[in-house]
Design a protein around this ligand. Structure first.
Ligand code: C2G
Length: 135
């Protein structure tokens, strides 16, 4: 009997793709066979109080080019996680630990992991550096 592919799911904005994102996706990919990323749409980002520099389409293309990512789907609202876990038959849901505990309710559906963030890199910091150097 063929064993089922182990599916890993995560979400995020992934604006100005950087090594913190890469390291998170890489570590998450080791929890299973297929890593699916729910990518925050521009509308959802507005509801998160975020405005990405890079468009959704370009952020999706960049993520799809990442060897740790198998599939990218739009993240349109907070509540789609339960539906996505069922839809993709997810075994492991994972986020960086800035979300520690926020998604423990999903433990009834799948394994939930929070991985240490990569320190000293963030979209905010990159944006500030660019502005400082262009001034
Ligand atoms: N991350 C990280 N290290 C960094 C920066 C980000 O590990 N230096 C992780 C975050 O913890 C998150 C993922 O990379 O798990 C994506 O980060 P963001 O794009 O900032 O995602 P966020 O806005 O937190 O959206 O429904 C969940 C939300 O969509 C998460």
């Amino acid at each position: 009997m063929e064993s089922k592919d182990k599916v890993v799911l995560t979400y995020g904005t992934f604006d100005m793709f950087h090594v913190g994102h890469v390291r998170l996706l890489e570590r998450l990919s080791y929890f299973g066979d297929r890593l699916i990323v729910g990518l925050s749409t521009d509308d959802f980002n507005a509801r998160k109080g975020k405005k990405a520099v890079i468009s959704y389409e370009d952020r999706a293309s960049i993520l799809r080019s990442c060897r740790f990512v198998e599939e990218v789907v739009p993240e349109k609202c907070w509540s789609q996680k339960v539906l996505d876990i069922r839809r993709f038959n997810v075994d492991v849901f994972g986020m960086g630990d800035d979300w520690q505990g926020e998604f423990d309710s999903l433990k009834s559906l799948c394994q939930v992991v929070y991985l240490p963030r990569t320190i000293d890199v963030s979209t905010t910091e990159i944006r500030a550096n660019v502005l400082r150097h262009s001034a």
